[in-house]
Ligand binder design. Structure first.
Ligand code: 5GP
Ligand code: MG
Length: 184
Protein backbone atom coordinates (compact mmCIF):
# COMPACT_ATOMS: atom_id res chain seq x y z
CA UNK A 1 0.00 0.00 0.00
CA UNK A 2 1.21 3.49 -0.86
CA UNK A 3 1.64 6.00 1.97
CA UNK A 4 -1.37 8.30 2.24
CA UNK A 5 -2.24 11.40 4.24
CA UNK A 6 -5.83 11.28 2.92
CA UNK A 7 -6.86 7.96 4.46
CA UNK A 8 -7.51 9.68 7.80
CA UNK A 9 -10.33 11.67 6.14
CA UNK A 10 -12.15 8.58 4.84
CA UNK A 11 -14.99 7.22 6.97
CA UNK A 12 -15.29 3.90 5.14
CA UNK A 13 -14.32 2.17 1.92
CA UNK A 14 -17.28 1.36 -0.33
CA UNK A 15 -15.42 -0.30 -3.21
CA UNK A 16 -11.82 -1.48 -3.20
CA UNK A 17 -9.39 -1.16 -6.09
CA UNK A 18 -9.86 -4.86 -6.89
CA UNK A 19 -13.66 -4.61 -6.91
CA UNK A 20 -13.53 -1.56 -9.19
CA UNK A 21 -11.13 -3.27 -11.57
CA UNK A 22 -13.32 -6.37 -11.88
CA UNK A 23 -16.48 -4.33 -12.46
CA UNK A 24 -14.84 -2.03 -15.01
CA UNK A 25 -13.73 -5.08 -17.00
CA UNK A 26 -17.30 -6.42 -17.01
CA UNK A 27 -18.48 -3.05 -18.28
CA UNK A 28 -15.80 -3.07 -20.97
CA UNK A 29 -16.91 -6.50 -22.12
CA UNK A 30 -20.50 -5.29 -22.36
CA UNK A 31 -19.49 -2.23 -24.38
CA UNK A 32 -17.40 -4.39 -26.67
CA UNK A 33 -20.43 -6.51 -27.58
CA UNK A 34 -22.51 -3.43 -28.27
CA UNK A 35 -19.97 -1.31 -30.15
CA UNK A 36 -17.51 -3.65 -31.88
CA UNK A 37 -18.69 -2.61 -35.35
CA UNK A 38 -19.62 1.03 -34.61
CA UNK A 39 -16.35 2.99 -34.18
CA UNK A 40 -17.83 4.79 -31.14
CA UNK A 41 -16.65 8.08 -29.73
CA UNK A 42 -16.12 8.02 -25.96
CA UNK A 43 -17.06 11.40 -24.46
CA UNK A 44 -15.65 11.81 -20.97
CA UNK A 45 -17.13 14.37 -18.59
CA UNK A 46 -14.27 16.23 -16.95
CA UNK A 47 -12.88 16.32 -14.39
CA UNK A 48 -14.43 13.41 -12.55
CA UNK A 49 -14.18 10.88 -15.39
CA UNK A 50 -10.42 10.94 -15.89
CA UNK A 51 -9.43 7.79 -14.01
CA UNK A 52 -12.54 5.77 -14.88
CA UNK A 53 -12.25 6.79 -18.55
CA UNK A 54 -8.61 5.69 -18.68
CA UNK A 55 -9.49 2.27 -17.28
CA UNK A 56 -12.77 1.86 -19.21
CA UNK A 57 -11.28 2.51 -22.65
CA UNK A 58 -8.53 -0.03 -21.96
CA UNK A 59 -11.14 -2.52 -20.73
CA UNK A 60 -13.05 -1.98 -24.00
CA UNK A 61 -10.73 -3.16 -26.75
CA UNK A 62 -12.82 -1.73 -29.52
CA UNK A 63 -11.62 0.53 -32.32
CA UNK A 64 -12.82 3.92 -31.09
CA UNK A 65 -11.97 7.56 -30.49
CA UNK A 66 -11.89 9.78 -27.41
CA UNK A 67 -13.20 13.23 -26.68
CA UNK A 68 -13.82 15.25 -23.50
CA UNK A 69 -16.25 17.88 -22.35
CA UNK A 70 -15.89 19.94 -19.19
CA UNK A 71 -19.08 20.50 -17.21
CA UNK A 72 -19.62 21.97 -13.81
CA UNK A 73 -22.67 22.19 -11.61
CA UNK A 74 -20.84 22.20 -8.29
CA UNK A 75 -19.14 25.11 -6.69
CA UNK A 76 -16.72 23.27 -4.46
CA UNK A 77 -19.58 22.16 -2.27
CA UNK A 78 -21.25 18.79 -1.80
CA UNK A 79 -24.59 19.66 -3.45
CA UNK A 80 -25.34 20.33 -7.11
CA UNK A 81 -26.35 23.92 -7.89
CA UNK A 82 -28.68 22.66 -10.62
CA UNK A 83 -27.19 25.07 -13.15
CA UNK A 84 -24.81 23.31 -15.52
CA UNK A 85 -22.01 25.22 -17.22
CA UNK A 86 -19.74 24.11 -20.03
CA UNK A 87 -16.21 24.75 -18.79
CA UNK A 88 -14.54 23.13 -21.81
CA UNK A 89 -16.49 22.51 -25.02
CA UNK A 90 -16.15 19.61 -27.46
CA UNK A 91 -13.26 20.13 -29.86
CA UNK A 92 -14.73 18.30 -32.82
CA UNK A 93 -17.82 17.50 -34.82
CA UNK A 94 -19.98 14.72 -33.34
CA UNK A 95 -22.58 14.64 -36.12
CA UNK A 96 -23.81 11.07 -36.78
CA UNK A 97 -21.42 9.58 -34.22
CA UNK A 98 -22.31 6.84 -31.75
CA UNK A 99 -21.36 8.36 -28.40
CA UNK A 100 -20.45 6.62 -25.16
CA UNK A 101 -20.75 9.25 -22.43
CA UNK A 102 -18.47 8.47 -19.50
CA UNK A 103 -19.42 10.04 -16.17
CA UNK A 104 -18.16 9.49 -12.64
CA UNK A 105 -21.49 9.64 -10.83
CA UNK A 106 -25.13 10.17 -11.72
CA UNK A 107 -26.74 12.00 -8.83
CA UNK A 108 -29.53 14.57 -9.33
CA UNK A 109 -29.33 13.95 -13.08
CA UNK A 110 -28.96 17.66 -13.85
CA UNK A 111 -25.57 17.24 -15.49
CA UNK A 112 -26.50 14.32 -17.74
CA UNK A 113 -29.93 15.69 -18.62
CA UNK A 114 -28.20 18.85 -19.83
CA UNK A 115 -25.46 16.94 -21.64
CA UNK A 116 -27.88 14.54 -23.32
CA UNK A 117 -29.82 17.47 -24.83
CA UNK A 118 -26.63 19.24 -25.80
CA UNK A 119 -25.22 16.20 -27.60
CA UNK A 120 -28.51 15.56 -29.40
CA UNK A 121 -28.57 19.20 -30.55
CA UNK A 122 -25.08 18.64 -32.02
CA UNK A 123 -26.36 15.75 -34.12
CA UNK A 124 -25.24 12.61 -32.29
CA UNK A 125 -26.51 9.39 -33.91
CA UNK A 126 -26.89 7.67 -30.52
CA UNK A 127 -25.97 8.33 -26.91
CA UNK A 128 -25.11 5.58 -24.43
CA UNK A 129 -24.65 6.78 -20.87
CA UNK A 130 -22.08 4.95 -18.80
CA UNK A 131 -21.56 5.97 -15.21
CA UNK A 132 -19.24 4.45 -12.66
CA UNK A 133 -21.62 5.23 -9.79
CA UNK A 134 -25.35 5.71 -9.65
CA UNK A 135 -27.08 7.43 -6.71
CA UNK A 136 -30.75 6.97 -7.74
CA UNK A 137 -32.16 8.18 -4.42
CA UNK A 138 -31.40 11.79 -5.28
CA UNK A 139 -32.64 11.97 -8.86
CA UNK A 140 -34.42 15.18 -9.91
CA UNK A 141 -34.40 14.61 -13.69
CA UNK A 142 -35.88 11.64 -15.57
CA UNK A 143 -32.56 10.26 -16.72
CA UNK A 144 -31.12 6.76 -16.36
CA UNK A 145 -27.74 5.28 -17.14
CA UNK A 146 -27.52 2.59 -19.81
CA UNK A 147 -24.68 1.03 -17.84
CA UNK A 148 -23.76 1.72 -14.21
CA UNK A 149 -20.84 0.27 -12.27
CA UNK A 150 -22.23 0.42 -8.76
CA UNK A 151 -25.33 1.78 -7.09
CA UNK A 152 -24.33 3.87 -4.08
CA UNK A 153 -26.28 5.10 -1.07
CA UNK A 154 -26.96 8.78 -0.43
CA UNK A 155 -23.53 9.61 0.96
CA UNK A 156 -20.81 11.88 -0.39
CA UNK A 157 -18.14 9.70 -1.96
CA UNK A 158 -14.61 10.46 -3.13
CA UNK A 159 -11.74 8.66 -4.81
CA UNK A 160 -11.05 7.06 -8.19
CA UNK A 161 -11.49 10.47 -9.84
CA UNK A 162 -14.22 11.86 -7.58
CA UNK A 163 -13.28 14.91 -5.58
CA UNK A 164 -14.21 17.08 -2.69
CA UNK A 165 -13.08 20.67 -3.51
CA UNK A 166 -10.71 19.18 -6.13
CA UNK A 167 -8.97 16.97 -3.57
CA UNK A 168 -9.07 13.18 -3.02
CA UNK A 169 -9.32 12.39 -6.76
CA UNK A 170 -6.15 10.29 -6.46
CA UNK A 171 -7.50 8.05 -3.68
CA UNK A 172 -7.38 4.67 -5.47
CA UNK A 173 -10.63 3.25 -4.04
CA UNK A 174 -14.12 4.72 -3.56
CA UNK A 175 -14.84 5.84 -0.05
CA UNK A 176 -17.18 7.97 2.01
CA UNK A 177 -15.67 11.19 3.26
CA UNK A 178 -15.95 11.94 6.98
CA UNK A 179 -18.69 14.61 7.34
CA UNK A 180 -16.38 16.71 9.55
CA UNK A 181 -14.09 17.21 6.53
CA UNK A 182 -16.71 19.21 4.61
CA UNK A 183 -18.52 20.77 7.54
CA UNK A 184 -15.28 22.44 8.68
P1 5GP B 1 -25.73 15.56 -10.90
O1 5GP B 1 -25.75 16.68 -11.90
O2 5GP B 1 -26.25 14.24 -11.41
O3 5GP B 1 -26.38 15.95 -9.60
O4 5GP B 1 -24.26 15.38 -10.45
C1 5GP B 1 -23.32 14.90 -11.22
C2 5GP B 1 -21.99 15.44 -10.77
O5 5GP B 1 -22.00 15.82 -9.40
C3 5GP B 1 -20.98 14.35 -10.87
O6 5GP B 1 -20.37 14.38 -12.12
C4 5GP B 1 -20.04 14.67 -9.74
O7 5GP B 1 -19.04 15.54 -10.23
C5 5GP B 1 -20.85 15.37 -8.72
N1 5GP B 1 -21.28 14.48 -7.60
C6 5GP B 1 -22.51 14.02 -7.31
N2 5GP B 1 -22.52 13.23 -6.22
C7 5GP B 1 -21.24 13.19 -5.80
C8 5GP B 1 -20.58 12.51 -4.72
O8 5GP B 1 -21.14 11.77 -3.90
N3 5GP B 1 -19.24 12.71 -4.63
C9 5GP B 1 -18.55 13.51 -5.50
N4 5GP B 1 -17.24 13.62 -5.30
N5 5GP B 1 -19.12 14.14 -6.53
C10 5GP B 1 -20.46 13.99 -6.67
MG1 MG C 1 -18.57 14.97 -12.64
Amino acid sequence: MAKSNMEQDILKVLYTEEEIKARVQEMGDELYEKFADKNPLFVGVLNGCFIFMADLVRATQVKSELEFIGLSSYHNGVKSSGVVQITRDLQRDITDRHLIVVEDILDSGNTLAFLNNYLLSKGAASITIVTLLDKPSRREKAITADLAGFVVPDEFVVGYGLDYAQQYRNVPYIGVLKPEVYSK
